[in-house]
Design a protein around this ligand. Sequence first.
Ligand SMILES: Cc1cc2nc3c(=O)[nH]c(=O)nc-3n(C[C@H](O)[C@H](O)[C@H](O)COP(=O)(O)O)c2cc1C
Length: 445
Amino acid sequence: MEDMSSRKMHLATILSNGFGGSPYAWLDPRVDPGDFTNIRALARYAQAAERGKLDFIFLGDFLAQSQRVEEQSPSQTLEPTVIAAALAMVTERIGMINVVSATFEEPYNIARVLKSLDVVSGGRMGWNAVTTSAPPAAANFGRSVIDRETRYALIEEVIRAVQALWGSWQEDALLADKPARRFTDLSKIAPVNFVGEFISTRGPLEVPPSRQGQPVMSHSGAGPHSHDLAGRHADVFITEVFTIDEARQHRAAVRDAARSAGRNPDDVKFMAGVQPTIADSHAEALKRRGRLVGPADLQNVRYLGQLIGLPLGPKDLDAPLRPEQLAVARAHPADGRSYRALEVAREGWTVRQVLHHAVIDYHPSPIGRPEAIADHMQEWFEAEAADGFWVSPDIFIDGMDTFVDDVVPILQERGLFRQEYEGQTLRDHLGIERQYGLRRTSARP
Ligand SMILES: Cc1cc2nc3c(=O)[nH]c(=O)nc-3n(C[C@H](O)[C@H](O)[C@H](O)COP(=O)(O)O)c2cc1C
């Protein structure tokens, strides 16, 4: 076990588009709507995250149209490997973890693109291997969604094939010996001849080791298949969890899976999402949240009703819940968010304001002063609900700087987060072992 007093959290941010975590961020008067394709905007946010000494930037990839309604921006437009290559040139230390789907991409391509990025970035890349299950993504590849068993059997093979390819240029293959006229020792760049049930690849991959050897392994998902896969392969597990209890259960499942695979569970960093709205006061933060909702979100009032066991509709938005309603309200046990929703409703806010508290967002969304955000993260971290957080500021144009300049220093003062980068590579930031080629300890499923 790690020594609790010296345990530090890991921090990441998600640069999905040029605007922010909120699909309404583009409407902010200060935001240039052209930023959704402006790599310079992303570069500025990546540099801010690096100023905050964050471990890495996460770049998702949904492989399909992401915009749902006209008033919301797409959540992603530019292809993530292109973004990572550009960001590698304007940052020095921060890592990048890119999603690449193991369901729709070939292992040779995955291995080549990511190891190239790892070399170009000086050992700062990670691969977030996912099993993409969205029908619109499948349709873009002329396929239908395959069942979960098969997707997880396939990703297992793809990960092994990719890692075998990464190791196929051995670490001492490069000679660069001019007098001997030998660039490499070709006996050390050998085919892998990987033949699986679903995929095969010959190799070798003609990309030398990066500064950290090869990319860090990451995985995102939920449920037992995903936890087992992360236990076997992931250095970083990036997930969506709404409550401390839920996070602790999932983290324990991933750690158990790591132990079963013969690994040290501390080597899998469990990262929970946080979508903060930061302002000078709780009231200001609520106002800011209020600007980040549109008509589509008002449908959420019905969902809020289901969470707390009351038939709520748009007509209920502008009044607090009445005592007789609160008397019969009950948190829905199947959705961890319902407890927090009921707690906020009991504080006497209007129903609209309850929604502005972000009680049914995709992630826990602490709102208020920087201390409130830091308190949330500290509480989760000390409850061993997470090893770190992927932080999605609501509007990047000021939210990224506010997180980095106002929240990170509080975490540092409290001894919860590093003051400086201690190493050069993503592996260094995460404090995980070097791995080259296939993981030695990974037991077959
Ligand atoms: C936090 C998180 C991030 C994800 N990011 C992506 C992504 O960028 N691209 C993608 O295709 N799928 C992504 N997924 C979805 C997974 O690939 C998978 O389809 C989903 O977890 C359902 O898988 P299941 O069969 O295990 O339930 C993500 C899932 C989670 C939990």
